[in-house]
Design a protein around this ligand. Structure first.
Ligand code: FES
Ligand code: FES
Length: 171
């Protein structure tokens, strides 16, 4: 993230440049707009969901400069110069990641409202290393809330990845 945002004298908005799912672009944004609202309303990436809007549920999780973050707690202007990944960027050509395939195979979602947040949190986590035990799986899931309480399927999905590929759980 950079500090080099520029104030538009007429609009009282700020110009930011971000790379979103591999596409670099410059946008004029309201100073107080959250990154979640920016992604959903300005960029049209509505796969990032909003639940609590105060940092508790994890539904709005995206990856910002390699780290899973809650986009409802971050201003869009803070993403100036950053690399943003959203759930839409996981399968840009329709080819699901191993994690998405595992979610599908193990029925790891019910209504699906929480799913994009879980996928982004777990994608960031799996880049750090495999999840080999149920305790590790539950720890990895602990920052996000599923209102349908569909955690068992997600645990099974994560452990199936460990069984299938300990070295490349996420791609
Ligand atoms: S909507 Fe951001 S944490 Fe709940
Ligand atoms: S599947 Fe419904 S909130 Fe998680």
């Amino acid at each position: 993230m950079s500090e080099a945002v520029e104030l538009d004298p007429i609009e009282s908005k700020l110009w930011i440049t971000t790379t979103i799912n591999g596409a670099k672009g410059t946008h004029l944004v309201e100073q107080r707009m959250t990154l979640a609202d920016f992604l959903r309303k300005e960029i049209g990436l509505e796969g990032t969901h909003l639940g609590c809007e105060h940092g508790s549920c994890g539904a709005c999780t995206i990856i910002l400069d390699g780290k899973a973050v809650r986009s409802c707690l971050i201003l869009a202007v803070q993403a100036d110069g950053a690399v943003v990944e959203t759930v839409e960027g996981l399968a840009p050509k329709g080819e699901l990641t191993q994690l998405q395939e595992a979610f599908h195979a193990h029925h790891a979602l019910q209504c699906g409202f929480c799913t994009s947040g879980f996928l982004m949190s777990l994608t960031a986590r799996l880049r750090e290393g495999p999840i080999d035990t149920e305790a590790e799986a539950r720890e990895a899931l602990s920052g996000n809330i599923c209102r349908c309480t569909g955690y068992s399927g997600m645990v099974e999905a994560l452990l199936s990845l460990s069984n299938e590929s300990n070295e490349d759980g996420a791609r």
